[in-house]
Design a protein around this ligand. Structure first.
Ligand SMILES: *Cc1c(COP(=O)(O)O)cnc(C)c1O
Length: 230
């Protein structure tokens, strides 16, 4: 079932690339496995997935220990500074940096463990009050401040678009994030790359790819609906 879902999503990714004649920088599918059991992750792994996304530190560490070591783990959820130390040497990319305080903690722990941590700046492009992320107009300033820290590299930007019925409604936000990354890249800030755009989820990844996403984060579309136990 999961293998079939992966195949379907990958076909849609190719379709989206073809629609805009995109030939290079093929988007990478992150299997968002939060709340899902190891057996399902293993199924996705066996079907070829090597990028997994989690939003809770404890869950990420548990799964990191149990799953094969060639997986790239993506921290996509809000990260508390006191938990940074548990994941800096385990994750390939932290998508959710939205404050200097968090970046400084990542830098401190990275230096301690002698690693370099790649991060994205989470931008609240749609200005939703319920969402984390910096405002578009504050992004460059934050990037500049993080750029001088040791052990941390800003690789690009991430956004979580609003939940919508019709993904076309989110095109404006994806386009805005891409433009913001281009604007910042044009400033040629030392130690800042801006070649990663993490945007698009189950409901809107095709439009996100058309607008330049390099990572799409798909959960429900691969593993089915999530059940949250409260
Ligand atoms: C849960 C989550 C996703 C995946 O959402 P789906 O709609 O299930 O694809 C993507 N990104 C983030 C940051 C998430 O928390």
């Amino acid at each position: 079932m999961i293998a079939r879902n992966i195949q379907v999503v990958k076909e849609k990714i190719i379709q989206a690339c073809n629609k805009v004649s995109r030939v290079d920088n093929f988007p990478i599918l992150i299997a968002v496995s939060k709340t899902k059991p190891i057996e399902m992750l293993q199924e996705a792994y066996d079907a070829g997935c090597r990028d997994f996304g989690e939003n809770k530190v404890q869950e990420l560490i548990d799964k990191y220990d149990k799953m094969p070591k060639d997986i790239k783990w993506h921290m996509i959820g809000h990260l508390q500074t006191n938990k940074v130390k548990y994941i800096v040497d385990k994750v390939a990319l932290i998508h959710s940096v939205d404050s200097l305080k968090l970046a400084m903690e990542i830098s401190k722990e990275a230096v301690k463990k002698n690693v370099t941590v790649d991060v994205l700046i989470e931008v609240n492009v749609a200005g939703e009050e319920t969402k984390f992320g910096v405002k578009p107009e504050d992004t460059e300033e934050l990037v500049r401040k993080i750029a001088v820290l040791q052990g941390i590299h800003v690789k690009g930007l991430m956004t979580i678009a609003p939940y919508v019925e019709n993904q076309e409604e989110n095109r404006q936000y994806f386009a805005k994030l891409r433009q913001l990354s281009v604007d910042i890249r044009d400033k040629n800030i030392d130690n800042v790359y801006m070649d990663v755009l993490s945007m698009g989820m189950t409901g809107d990844y095709q439009v996100a790819i058309e607008e330049g996403a390099t990572y799409v984060r798909v959960g429900t579309g691969l593993f089915g609906e999530r059940q949250y136990i409260v």
